[in-house]
Design a protein around this ligand. Structure first.
Ligand code: NAD
Length: 339
C-alpha cells in the first residue's frame, strides 16, 4: 500500500511570536505533516517557543536568514505551503534604524518569492503583511481595496513585501495570498509588545508606560484567532487576493492599560504617561467581511483574550523572566523617554 505523501510546510519566522503560535496550531489541526521552521533568531525569537517539537519526527528547525538564497532554497525544497512570518517588526526600532527593516521585510521577501517560483510543489505562499500598510484611519474601517499609505519605516517596508508578493502573482502566477492583520496579543510575545510589557511590569511592581495621552486606538486580535484565519487561508484563500484579519475589538491605549490594571488588581497610580512615538498612527480599523465570507469569526473578545493572556504570563514566568532580564531599560520605561 502506498502511503500518502506528507504535506510540507515552510514557516519562516516560526521562532517569533505569531509564527510559533502558528506552528502549535498546525500540529493541533493536522497529523500527517512536516514542518520546517526557518528563522534567523533575532532578539525577538525564542527557541523555547518550539521546544516541545524538537524531537518530533517531521519537525526541522533551520537557523538562517530569508535574505540568503542558498539557505532559502534548501528550506523551500518540496514545500507545498509557505507562510512568511519572518520580519523585523518593531515600529520604534524602525524609526531609530530602518535599514534592517528594508533588508528583511522587502529584500528577504523577494528572495523567498524567487525561490518559491522554482518550487514545483508549491500550492500556496502566504505573505503575512499588516494593517499598518494602510496608515491611519480616523473614521470608518479599511477595506482591502483602500489606499495604502504607510507612515513609518516598518509599515513602508512591509508594504514593499506585500506588493512584491502580489507582483509575483500578477507576473508569474505564483499562488500568493496576502494577509493584513491588526495588533496581536497572546502567549510567547516578545516583551517590547505593549500587552506583555504591561502585564510583566505590573507583576514586577513597575509602572506601565503609556505613550502620549494614550488616546491612540488599536483593534486587538487574539493570536489564536489570527492563526485560525491564516490556516483557513492556506486552504481557501484565493490566489492574488488580500484578506484583512481584525479582532473587531477597538480600544484606546489608556483604556487597555486600565483594563489590564483592573484584571491584575493594580491601581491607576501604576500608569506613567511617557513621550509619544514620532508620527504615531492614531487609529487602525479593519473591515473583515471578505474573510468572514470564507467562514472565519474571531472567538475571543478583548476581555476573554486579556484574561487568558494575563494568566499565561502569570504561569510562565520561567519563559519571560530571562527575556526581560536581557532587555534594555528603555523598553520597560518608555522607548522615547520620560515626559
Ligand atoms: N505582532 C503583531 O501585532 C502583528 C500584526 C500584524 C502583522 N504582523 C506581522 O506578523 C509577522 C510576525 O510578527 P511577530 O509579532 O510574530 O514578530 P516577531 O518579531 O515576534 O517575530 C519575527 C520572527 O522573524 C525572525 N526573523 C527576523 N528577520 C529574519 C530574517 N531575515 N530571516 C529569518 N528570520 C527572521 C525573528 O528571528 C523572529 O523569530 C511579521 O511579518 C509582522 O509584520 C504582526
Amino acid at each position: 500500500m502506498k502511503l500518502a505523501r506528507k504535506k510540507i510546510y515552510l514557516i519562516t519566522g516560526g521562532a517569533g511570536f505569531i509564527g510559533s503560535n502558528f506552528v502549535h496550531y498546525l500540529y493541533e489541526k493536522e497529523e500527517n505533516i512536516e514542518v520546517r521552521v526557518l528563522d534567523k533568531l533575532t532578539y525577538a525569537a525564542n527557541l523555547r517557543n518550539l521546544k516541545e517539537f524538537e524531537s518530533r519526527r517531521g519537525f526541522e528547525f533551520i537557523r538562517g536568514d530569508i535574505c540568503d538564497a542558498k539557505v532559502v532554497k534548501k528550506a523551500m525544497a518540496g514545500a507545498q505551503v509557505v507562510v512568511n512570518f519572518a520580519a523585523e517588526t518593531a515600529v520604534d526600532r524602525s524609526i531609530d534604524d530602518p535599514q534592517s527593516f528594508l533588508k528583511t521585510d522587502i529584500f528577504g521577501v523577494y528572495v523567498l518569492l524567487n525561490e518559491a517560483r522554482k518550487n514545483k510543489n508549491l500550492k500556496k505562499f502566504i505573505q503575512i503583511s499588516t494593517d499598518e500598510v494602510y496608515g491611519q484611519i480616523l473614521k470608518g474601517s479599511f477595506m482591502e481595496t483602500s489606499p495604502l499609505n504607510p507612515r513609518n519605516p516598518y509599515s513602508a517596508s512591509k508594504l514593499g513585501g506585500d506588493r512584491l508578493a502580489y507582483s509575483f502573482f500578477a507576473t508569474y502566477r505564483l499562488p500568493v495570498t496576502i494577509t493584513r492583520a491588526s495588533n496581536n496579543y497572546g502567549p510567547w510575545a516578545y516583551l517590547e509588545k505593549v500587552i506583555p510589557l504591561f502585564i510583566t511590569n505590573l507583576i514586577d511592581g513597575r509602572k506601565i508606560p503609556v505613550y502620549g495621552e494614550g488616546k491612540q486606538i488599536r483593534d486587538w486580535l487574539y493570536v489564536k484567532d489570527h492563526c485560525t484565519a491564516i490556516y483557513l487561508l492556506t486552504c481557501k484563500g484565493a490566489d492574488g487576493e488580500v484578506y484583512n484579519i481584525g479582532g473587531g475589538q477597538e480600544c484606546t491605549n489608556i483604556a487597555l492599560a486600565r483594563q489590564i490594571i483592573k484584571l491584575m488588581g493594580k491601581t491607576q497610580r501604576d500608569i506613567e504617561f511617557v513621550q509619544d512615538r514620532p508620527g504615531h498612527d492614531f487609529r487602525y480599523s479593519l473591515d473583515c467581511s471578505k474573510l468572514k465570507k470564507l467562514g472565519w469569526e474571531p472567538q475571543y473578545n478583548l476581555a476573554k483574550g486579556l484574561q487568558e493572556t494575563v494568566e499565561w504570563y502569570g504561569a510562565n514566568e520561567n519563559w519571560w523572566r530571562p527575556v526581560k532580564q536581557k532587555m534594555d531599560q528603555k523598553y520597560l520605561t518608555g522607548y522615547w523617554g520620560r515626559k
